[in-house]
Design a binder for this molecule. Structure first.
Ligand code: FAD
Length: 495
């Protein structure tokens, strides 16, 4: 059996694996994605893309096309009229994008391939051996009635192979946690009398709930929605088919009126777990996306978190392949593990809040939640947390407090930061009025507002803030992350 050599092997062509592949290929690394399905996953699970993910997609030139084909929901209406209002978000995207996950998967697959990643479908990873110098994976594919075994050798491996990750099992990582809700039915439905607003709505009683997200698709007799329905008294295994009567019944009971179910398109029954691995890094193997954490789909966070895991990891692998200290790779776990832990907590709270049973507790919830969510500080904290715009990474003592926050809202004199980030490089943003500095091939821009100069990481987070004339300071930060003593040998597409 021959062994193909690449810089990075990625297992799984879901959103996590595909964006990591595109980023690494964009940085000039050889990357192969091994995906066991012969075609794109047709089951469209995620339908909510959050503001921070849209910023990440924009930094790859992918947001506008997706937005042109999607619905924009300005908020989520919960119990008792409580509303998560996204219209005050500190982001160019003051809404959530509603589109089936298949559209995101397709856009990211195209991004990966256009950047030069080698995407192999119908290839299942079955074994893995890691040593101090690299990782060897064995994969199987089927063809002409025979089973073919192939082998890849890579410096690093990203396990983006989903909730039932083979790689996670092969590296011996536990996935502690538990099932929190069973028998949730997800379906595309056409309703004659669905909710009329543009936002997402959750309706619930003690026994049932229905979550509806509008698509921008309307026929003469009704409009299409993505529905998620659940019935406490009708708990069935994932394999049990979901029928028209079940969906129609739960919708009518939860909404308190019959919304007139006209058609059911794609549908599926699933359960949801809350689980997270303890370590994201296992030597040269990194767990990302659903392979590392799964949670209730209620907060619309899984795909969003996976995409952001990948955006955090890919440039670090590129940096270490380019000579940065190996410790840079440890920061992937340090930065991303706490974020997913918080997502687990937050989406779990939402699931428990919606399915709350005792009548008194439901009454309190319905009384307090709308009042709390009308307080601007609470409103913005909750909306920002769901949208991912208030999430930040820790900074070291002595570093400016801006370090670890995202840079996407900093206005620059020409264009947008997202456009500069499409190179995949660090970006130096000078103070308003400051002259161009000698920064080799590092892309530069000038702030259009007041504030310090910034060094922005390839994933859009601020690495340093200070005086752009202090070359020693920003170059030292660049060297710490990339191993390069100056900007002249910058490892990115502009090299
Ligand atoms: C009902 C439902 C609704 C959801 N709604 C939302 C939402 O609104 N917003 C949101 O952000 N998230 C949502 N999610 C979660 C979201 O779908 C997942 O978090 C997301 O798909 C995870 O992406 P991933 O790339 O990490 O894994 P996956 O999408 O699961 O991709 C993993 C890939 O790895 C492949 N694979 C597995 N094993 C192997 C192997 N051994 N060899 C090769 N390939 C392999 C699989 O075939 C698969 O294609 C929802 C989930 C569900 C179930």
């Amino acid at each position: 059996m021959t062994t193909a050599h690449v810089d990075v092997v990625i297992v799984g062509a879901g959103p996590t694996g595909l964006i990591a592949a595109g980023d690494l290929a964009r940085a000039g690394r050889s990357v192969t994605v091994l995906e066991r399905r012969p075609t794109i996953n047709p089951s469209s699970r995620a339908f909510v893309t959050m503001a921070r993910t849209l910023e990440v997609l924009d930094a790859r030139g992918l947001a506008d096309d997706l937005l042109a084909r999607s619905h924009r929901a300005p908020g989520v209406t919960l119990f008792g009229g409580a509303r998560i209002d996204l219209t005050h978000l500190d982001s160019p995207y003051q809404f959530v994008m509603i589109t089936p996950q298949t559209n995101i998967d397709r856009a990211l697959a195209e991004y990966a391939v256009v950047q030069g990643a080698d995407l192999r479908r119908g290839v299942e990873v079955v074994d893995l051996a890691a040593d101090p110098d690299g990782v060897t994976v064995t994969a199987r594919s089927h063809g002409d009635g025979s089973v073919n075994e192939t082998r890849w050798r890579a410096s690093y491996l990203i396990a983006a192979d989903g909730a039932h990750s083979t790689v996670r099992k092969l590296v011996g990582a536990d996935f502690p946690g538990r099932t929190i809700l069973s028998s949730i039915v997800l379906a595309d439905v056409k309703l004659a009398h669905g909710p009329t607003g543009h936002g997402l709505t959750v309706s619930s009683t003690q026994k049932v709930f229905a979550f509806l997200a509008p698509y921008d698709a309307r026929d003469a007799d009704g409009a299409w929605y993505r529905a998620m329905v659940w019935d406490r008294d009708n708990q069935l295994p994932d394999s049990a088919p979901a029928g028209y009567a079940e969906i129609a019944g739960v919708l009518a009971r939860s909404m308190g009126a019959d919304p007139g179910l006209l058609e059911v398109g794609w549908k599926s029954r699933f359960h949801c777990d809350e689980r997270q691995v303890e370590q994201y890094r296992h030597g040269r193997v990194f767990l990302a996306g659903d392979a590392a954490h799964v949670h209730s789909p209620m907060g619309g966070q899984g795909m969003n978190t996976g995409i952001q895991d990948a955006a955090n990891l890919a440039w670090k692998i590129d940096a270490v392949l380019g000579g940065a200290d190996d410790a840079v790779l440890d920061t992937y776990h340090d930065e991303r593990h706490p974020i997913a832990r918080r997502v687990l907590l937050q989406s779990g709270l939402m699931a428990r809040g919606i399915t709350l049973y005792p009548r008194i507790a439901r009454g309190m919830r319905n009384l307090l939640a709308p009042r709390l969510l009308r307080i601007p500080k609470v409103r913005d904290a909750i909306a920002g947390s769901f949208a991912g715009t208030t999430l930040r990474y820790p900074h070291r003592s002595g570093e400016a407090s801006l370090v670890g926050t995202r840079a996407s809202r900093i206005p620059v004199r020409q264009g947008h930061i997202a456009e500069l980030q499409r190179t995949g490089c660090f970006v130096l943003i000078r103070e308003n009025g400051a002259p161009v500095v000698d920064a080799g091939r590092l892309p530069q821009a000038e702030r259009a507002d007041t504030g310090p100069a910034l060094l922005v990481r390839p994933d859009g987070y601020i690495a340093w803030a200070g005086d752009s004339a202090d070359r020693f300071a920003w170059a030292a930060t660049l060297a710490r992350w990339t191993g390069q003593s100056g900007a002249e040998r910058l490892s990115c597409q502009t090299r």
